[in-house]
Design a protein around this ligand. Structure first.
Ligand code: ADP
Length: 404
């Protein structure tokens, strides 16, 4: 089945058309500047790349533009929209309601709506993306795949915040965690690389290190803890997000700098992390280049990030009572030798030991551990779209099987 995977952001929309059986990517693309002017980048497999400014007042025009390119005689990869069997939507927050992907029905749309208060920055865009697709493809089944669902297996001791319990009972304040589709993909690949598929005792620490970064402890294929929380702001310092800080800092800065809570949160989301520390960039390629040229704050930013990764690895190894492999993914995990080196050096006491040559690998699946390492270190390029496409196909085929 050909599945269109949609990841809708506030002014952008990523799409990918995959055949979920062969796992082939037929085309992928990005619509940007939605609501401003509109720009589309379209990469069809085996056909020329296309890029253009197109008027996109809303997400509906962005989806329309993507669909037109998918069937275009020159840049297209299918001859008609009817060749799209289903659409899989990445949805950020499923709260406690969603522990698995769900066929989009009116009730499911209402439930995603109910989660807006938990994911106010993302869920509204995800809803807009679903509505826009329904408008353009009214007869194609849609599935919502939640970033939070994978972590619903965490035990209460891992997801409970030490606040008055009524905030959990009445306001659903708890740790949810994100990057679920990525963790499903990399933990399954890692288990296969280790020859331990379906082993309930396999203990993995999966590090998704990209623009947004998080770490998850995965035992027997299930999430038992993760670094992100109620929102994606908790945990590691990220490109522009602060990660965990002393909550008292917020009040301190509000008074000293005469800022309100929205301004503080904006700074913590958009001006902090490695960008905030370095003053150079949120991108690790720029930071590594600046650090190589002697920029001390760029070096400090990389060090702070790597140190935080190391602390989570240590704490998740403790919480699982051991670890079999550390799995690195996301743009930084898949590519950055400097971060790998800084984050994983000094963990020899745990059994982590890297191969000096393999450490430099970029963007491909590889065991980069030294031969005598007792804890493996694996690079696994993630594939969230494939996980979404496979989950979507499964649900739609089940539904069609029931209808037949
Ligand atoms: P997103 O979270 O947006 O999906 P990615 O997983 O693509 O992000 O990660 C993007 C980040 O990966 C970039 O900001 C950059 O810091 C880092 N990155 C990508 N390539 C390299 C590289 N060759 N060396 C170091 N860092 C890299």
């Amino acid at each position: 089945m050909n599945v269109l995977v949609i990841n809708a952001g506030s002014s952008s929309l990523k799409y990918q058309l995959l055949n979920s059986k062969t796992q082939d990517v037929l085309a992928k693309g990005l619509c940007e500047r939605i609501g401003i002017d509109g720009h589309i980048k379209h990469s069809p497999t085996g056909k020329p790349y296309y890029e253009a400014f197109t008027n996109m007042p809303t997400h509906a025009e962005a989806i329309q533009a993507a669909l037109e390119l998918l069937v275009d005689p020159e840049y297209g990869v299918i001859s008609s929209i009817s060749e799209i069997g289903a659409v899989g939507h990445r949805v950020l927050h499923g709260g406690e309601k969603f522990t698995a992907p769900s066929l989009v029905t009116n009730e499911v749309m209402e439930a995603i709506h109910d989660c807006i208060h938990l994911g106010p920055l993302h869920n509204p865009n995800n809803i807009i993306g679903i509505l826009a697709c329904q408008q353009v493809m009214p007869d194609v089944p849609m599935v919502a795949v939640f970033d939070t669902a994978f972590h619903q297996t965490m035990p209460p001791r891992a997801y409970t915040y030490a606040l008055p319990y009524k905030f959990y009972e009445e306001d659903r304040v708890r740790r949810y965690g994100f990057h679920g589709s990525s963790y499903i993909y990399v933990s399954q690949r890692a288990a296969a690389m280790l020859g331990r598929e379906n082993d309930p005792n396999l203990k993995l620490i999966c590090c998704h290190l990209g623009n947004g970064s998080s770490i998850a402890a995965v035992q027997g294929g299930k999430s038992v803890d993760t670094s992100m929380g109620l929102t994606p702001l908790e945990g590691l310092p990220m490109g522009t997000r602060s990660g965990s800080i002393d909550p008292g800092i917020m009040e301190y800065l509000m008074y000293r700098r005469n800022l309100d809570i929205h301004e503080i949160l904006d700074i913590m989301n958009k001006e902090s992390g490695v960008l905030g520390i370095s003053g150079v960039s949120s991108d690790f390629r720029d930071l590594e280049e600046a650090a190589d040229q002697g920029n001390e704050r760029a070096r400090l930013a990389i060090e702070c990030f790597a140190y935080s990764v190391k602390k989570y690895i240590g704490s998740f190894a403790a919480s699982m009572g051991g670890v079999d492999a550390v799995v690195l993914t996301g743009g930084i995990g898949e590519n950055s030798t400097a971060v790998r080196k800084a984050a994983l050096s000094g963990l020899e006491f745990l059994g982590v030991k890297l191969d000096a040559e393999k450490l430099n690998t970029r963007g491909k699946e590889l065991d980069i551990s030294a031969p005598d390492a007792t804890v493996k270190t694996l690079i696994v390029p993630t594939n969230e779209e494939l996980v979404i496409a496979i989950a979507t196909t499964k649900i739609v085929e089940e539904m069609q099987g029931k209808q037949a």
